[in-house]
Ligand binder design. Structure first.
Ligand SMILES: Cc1ncc(COP(=O)(O)O)c(C=O)c1O
Length: 365
């Protein structure tokens, strides 16, 4: 049995998402690129690469990771490139998407050997979190003024538009795409490709995949463009757990259990968005608040129900621990970093990475 804490990527569960992605590619003609900002655990890239077309990135390091570890088509995007990194980004990418007209103008010549694009911002989004809303007031994420974009059309052959956020509502996706068609239709018909970004929860239960495929196909045919999707969360949703052990139990008006992990260090995104972790099945008569071992007072995974009383040494699986989780893990409090393990399709578990004191020391100087 592996030592906790560890992230456990279950390939059988990952496969469910991969098969849905492959279905969408086949029936819509869209290409699917893994968004590395969400998930960059490269030990499963060989497996994922059979079902996806490549990767998209948000920085020099991500684009390099995509090229070196995933292969296939490699898209580069960044909110802003520096003079010092642009050459290496171009060397590692098949396409580069600039966030602003200013960046496009600055680096267009240097990038003339690869495909160039621009990010558009339709100024509407599906996000309910201001923090994650690309269309928030004064957003820096992409250009919205058609007249200004007209002036640089000779430098680009495509657009990237990312304005969905964990959007599980096909009707809303359809409506927002319609809005994009109205706002940017005159531009879209002049390019060869359009990436619709990520944030579409199309691998979720009961998502109407056939309607989704038909809508993507209609969009592609209307404007004569190759459509790309950039699924992050949709690629890895429900595939991974964080396996932890109980170190201590207390009663302070509520039953508390302290585990050998930390929400702040190992599932930071939940803390940022004030969300609870998930434990399954979350049934039974014993209720516990599952707490992390960092010194942060609010280092709490959430309150969950269990069939039995929790004892020191018990193991708990925290669900859905892949997206925006492993990429954000950190060394707060020097809490031991979870290892990474893979459950193969035949059920065997394999440890692929362990971290120790030297990794902690080498993360600072
Ligand atoms: C440009 C772009 N593409 C793709 C994604 C991936 O989104 P998700 O993980 O919600 O699918 C994001 C997320 O922020 C993004 O900004």
């Amino acid at each position: 049995m592996l030592h906790t804490p560890y992230y456990l990527i279950d390939k059988t569960k990952l496969l469910r998402n991969m098969e849905k992605i492959a279905y969408v590619r086949e029936h819509s003609g869209a290409k699917a690129l893994l968004a590395l900002k969400c998930f960059a655990t490269w030990s499963v890239f060989d497996f994922m690469a059979d079902y996806m077309d490549g990767t998209t990135s948000s920085s020099l390091y991500e684009v390099r990771l995509g090229r070196e570890k995933f292969g296939k088509e490699t898209h580069a995007y960044s909110v802003a490139y520096s003079d010092g990194e642009i050459a290496e980004v171009i060397d590692n990418a098949d396409k580069i998407i600039f966030n602003s007209i200013s960046q496009l103008n600055r680096f267009a010549d240097q990038a003339s050997g690869i495909v160039r694009g621009l990010r558009l911002n339709p100024m509407v989004s599906s996000s309910s979190f201001d923090l994650a809303d690309p269309a928030r007031p004064f957003s820096r994420l992409g250009e919205w003024d058609v007249a200004k974009v007209e002036a640089v059309m000779d430098k680009i052959s495509g657009f990237m538009i990312h304005n969905n956020c964990e959007n599980a509502d096909f009707g809303l996706f359809d409506q927002m795409l319609g809005d994009i068609e109205t706002k940017f239709g005159s531009l879209l018909s002049r390019v060869e490709w359009v990436s619709l970004g990520g944030g579409i929860h199309f691998t979720g239960e009961n998502y109407p995949l056939d309607k989704f495929c038909a809508r993507l196909k209609a969009f592609s045919e209307k404007f004569g463009v190759q459509v790309y999707l950039e699924p992050g969360e949709a690629s890895i949703t429900q595939s991974t757990t964080l396996e932890v052990s109980v170190l201590d139990t207390l009663f302070n008006g509520k039953n508390l259990a302290i585990v050998d992990s930390s929400i702040e260090a190992h599932m930071l995104d939940l803390l940022i968005y004030r969300e609870n972790a998930k434990v399954s099945p979350n049934t039974g008569e014993h209720e516990y608040m599952i707490c992390g071992k960092s010194c942060l007072a609010g280092d709490v995974f959430g309150e969950f129900r269990f069939e039995n009383k929790i004892e020191i040494g018990d193991r708990i699986s925290i669900q859905d621990a892949a997206g925006y989780t492993m990429v954000k893990k950190n060394w707060f409090n020097g809490v031991g970093m979870p290892s990474i393990a893979i459950r193969e399709l035949d059920g065997t578990e394999r440890l692929v990475r362990e971290f120790d004191f030297n990794d902690y020391v080498s993360s600072l100087s």
